[in-house]
Design a protein around this ligand. Structure first.
Ligand SMILES: [Fe+2]
Length: 173
């Protein structure tokens, strides 16, 4: 019985990974081609793959909410943001094994398909402006351009948070 959020988190952290490397390697990937898939499923699987891959974007959005700032939920979300990308990879591999080739860099295509306004709003896009002016004018020009960008964004109700970078230490494979 769980009494607190932390109890749930501790239990969750103790569970072995369901999609461990050994488990994934034990899947008979070569057998998939022997069981023809109705082509009507291909767009469905592509959609599911992309939805999984977009998790990082959902994760970034959730981090901006009170829910995302809860330390226990945040910990779940950290796991979630990496595991779902793994699911996307597995779905892509399944598609390939089933005879549906995908681009080598399909992840880039998936991200490119997101509308630009949405990328800006969810911080997937980095904006850097470097004015090409005489050295003595650089600071003033950069300031004016940044001010203009901020005003345009403010008018469009686009909010840019403080720059943030996370460093995660992972065990060597
Ligand atoms: Fe998933």
């Amino acid at each position: 019985m769980f009494e607190t959020d932390k109890d749930v988190l501790d239990w969750y952290e103790r569970q072995p990974r369901a999609l461990s490397k050994d488990y994934v390697n034990s899947i008979k990937w070569d057998d998939i081609k022997d069981h023809p898939l109705n082509p009507a499923f291909f767009p469905v699987l592509l959609y599911m793959r992309d939805i999984e891959y977009y998790t990082d974007m959902y994760y970034r959005e959730l981090l901006r909410t009170p829910t995302g700032r809860d330390p226990v939920i945040r910990k779940f979300m950290d796991r979630w943001s990496t595991e779902e990308l793994h699911h996307a990879d597995l779905l892509n591999r399944f598609l390939n094994e089933a005879g549906y080739p995908t681009e080598e860099k399909w992840q880039t295509q998936v991200i490119r398909s997101i509308p630009a306004t949405y990328k800006v709003q969810t911080y997937l896009l980095n904006i850097a402006v470097k004015p090409w002016v005489a050295i003595e004018d650089f600071a003033v020009a950069a300031g004016e351009i940044n001010q203009a960008i901020l005003e345009i964004f403010r008018d469009a109700r686009i909010v840019i948070p403080f720059p943030k970078r996370e460093v995660r230490m992972v065990a060597a494979a």
